[in-house]
Design a protein around this ligand. Structure first.
Ligand code: XMP
Length: 528
């Protein structure tokens, strides 16, 4: 094994901290900062300012939040944050806090604005608004408003309702806007954010996925040393990218395990066995456990029961594979690779490097009592960044661009008992839907599109010369940011028609295709 190469640049020395005042704005801001090629991390607003400053941030962004600065118990901010010489950018609630702490005036005089609002830039050419049109629309969401900027600040934008919608102090490198530049509906929002980062804070856009790969490879080598690691591959993008990174770092001291439970979609197992291995050179053990899973699922139609059985069998098979690998390779197998992502870390209040094994949303629930140390090379990345890293590592597009797919696989997309025949039938229908959606260029618009077989329902049809008693197939295309909420995708009728015709013509025993037009909530994305 070659020695650890130097990390080409130290992008994390350019860290921007995003202080989270609640309501999920912080994650979006952190993503936008990274889209500007600057590394960012989220910290809770309860973190003492001294601790934030100890991280040596190049800049700090104060997020929006649901509170009013006047509310009892509303999150506050130590003024020391503005006196450390670190550039600060306040947004919405962060802006109002900044205004109050620095001696400006914020009042709740009924000057509320929600949604798209015209903004007037009064100082074109300012640090934030250079090259931005004087009139543009921004996204507002506030009940209180700033009526007087703190001393030393220049007011650089206003709205019909709010006299101070942006202020800037170049000398102290402190900036703020009343609106949400991070949301898509704010025109030029990204430009304003980039102006803060590049012009206000003087940070160069150096953070790239190449940095991530170099940095992670070095860190993994350091962590694993000359030991060995195991990684469970699910066919999904997270475990694939995590495995590819670790493979690049430690080569064939990594063994991947792929449990083929027979519940995958058409072609997916082959993609892992052939294309993924070809692209990465990873050492792969495939366990063909279809028989075992189908036997365990026989006669079961309760969704929770199915999930439990699939999870249980998965753990048993994985443990056996792991024992075999240890028997083969010896006790040096000390590490387990996990595709934990940054949102999982933030949402579980983590970020401290403690082991947190994902349960519901991973491979199918890995055993919790494993005596392994975890290697989690994606802990700092958002999903879209993971895809970029995957691309950088040369993984097949089919894997990198893959939509989320549940651990229990097609087992929870058959309403009724899971049998081999039903799985084959669903695999055909699903493959047709996927093919047509891709052909129509809709993949980027759709978060995921479960195709569900209502195996316990008989529908009457007329096909050829006679009546048929087949089963309906449900299409469930949804758009979403994070699967917590979702809306049903408004697919073009021609595409739906094509999918419907092909499925009813080509898939035996299916005589009806229906579209699920329910948002989440109230419906979940999966049917079971
Ligand atoms: P729901 O159906 O809860 O799905 O709206 C939200 C997201 O989670 C996926 N999902 C699962 N993933 N094991 C998993 O690994 C599961 O049991 C499971 N159930 C749902 C679903 O595909 C969607 O992306």
């Amino acid at each position: 094994m070659s020695s650890v190469p130097p990390v080409q640049s130290q992008p994390e020395n350019d860290t921007v901290l995003v202080v989270d005042f609640g309501a999920q704005y912080a994650q979006l801001i952190a993503r936008r900062v990274r889209e500007a090629r600057v590394y960012s991390e989220i910290v809770p607003s309860s973190m003492p300012v001294a601790e934030m400053l100890a991280k040596n941030p190049r800049a700090i962004i104060l997020s929006g939040g649901p509170s009013s600065v006047y509310e009892e118990g509303a999150p506050q901010l130590d003024r020391a944050i503005f006196e450390a010489g670190v550039p600060v950018f306040g947004m919405c609630y962060g802006f109002q806090l900044m205004a109050t702490v620095l001696g400006g005036t914020v009042d709740n005089s009924g000057a509320r604005e929600y949604g798209r609002t015209p903004l007037t830039v009064s100082r074109s050419g300012s640090t934030l608004f250079e090259g931005v049109p004087d009139k543009h629309s921004v996204w507002m969401s506030h009940g209180d408003a700033c009526s007087a900027a703190p001393e030393g600040f220049t007011v650089t934008a206003s709205t019909d309702v709010v006299p101070v919608a942006a202020f800037e102090n170049d000398e102290r490198r402190l900036y703020g806007v009343q609106y949400h530049p991070e949301v898509m509906h704010s025109e030029h929002g990204q430009q304003v954010l980039e102006h803060f980062l590049y012009r206000g804070a003087g940070i160069a856009p150096n953070w790239t996925t190449t940095n991530v790969v170099d940095e992670q490879v070095a860190l993994i080598r350091e962590q694993v040393g000359d030991k060995r690691a195991i990684c469970g591959l699910s066919g999904g993008v997270d475990s694939a990218v995590a495995a590819a990174l670790v493979q690049r770092a430690i080569g064939d001291r990594l063994t991947c395990v792929y449990v083929d439970h027979g519940l995958m979609r058409k072609g997916e197992t082959e993609q892992v066995e052939k294309d993924f291995v070809a692209a990465t050179g990873v050492k792969l053990v495939v366990v063909d456990a279809e028989e075992r899973f189908l036997t365990a699922l026989k006669g079961v139609s309760d969704p929770e029961q199915k999930r439990k059985i699939i999870g249980r069998e998965f753990i048993r098979v994985f443990e056996q594979a792991q024992a075999d690998i240890i028997a083969d390779e010896g006790p040096a197998v000390e590490f387990l690779v996990q595709g934990t992502l940054y949102p999982d870390v933030v949402e579980s209040g983590g970020g401290t490097g403690t082991a947190n094994i994902k349960s519901h949303h991973n491979v199918g629930g890995l055993p919790e009592d494993l005596e392994f140390q975890l290697v989690e090379p994606l802990r700092k990345l958002f999903k879209d960044e993971v895809r970029m890293v995957g691309q950088e590592l040369g993984l097949p597009a089919e894997i990198v661009q893959r939509q989320p797919f549940p651990g229990p696989g097609l087992g929870i997309r058959i309403v009724g008992e899971v049998t081999k025949e039903r799985l084959d039938l669903l695999r055909e229908a699903d493959a047709i839907a996927r093919e047509e959606l891709t052909l129509a260029g809709l993949d980027a618009e759709i978060w995921q599109c479960p195709v569900v077989l209502l195996a316990d329902v008989r529908s009457v049809g007329v096909q050829g010369d006679g009546r048929t008693y087949g089963h309906p197939i449900v299409l469930r295309p949804v758009s979403s940011e994070d699967a917590m909420t979702a809306d049903w995708s408004r697919l073009p009728y021609e595409v739906l028609a094509k999918i419907s015709t092909r499925i009813t013509n080509e898939v035996k025993d299916v005589n009806r295709v229906v579209l699920d037009c329910t948002s989440k909530p109230p419906g979940t994305i999966e049917w079971e």
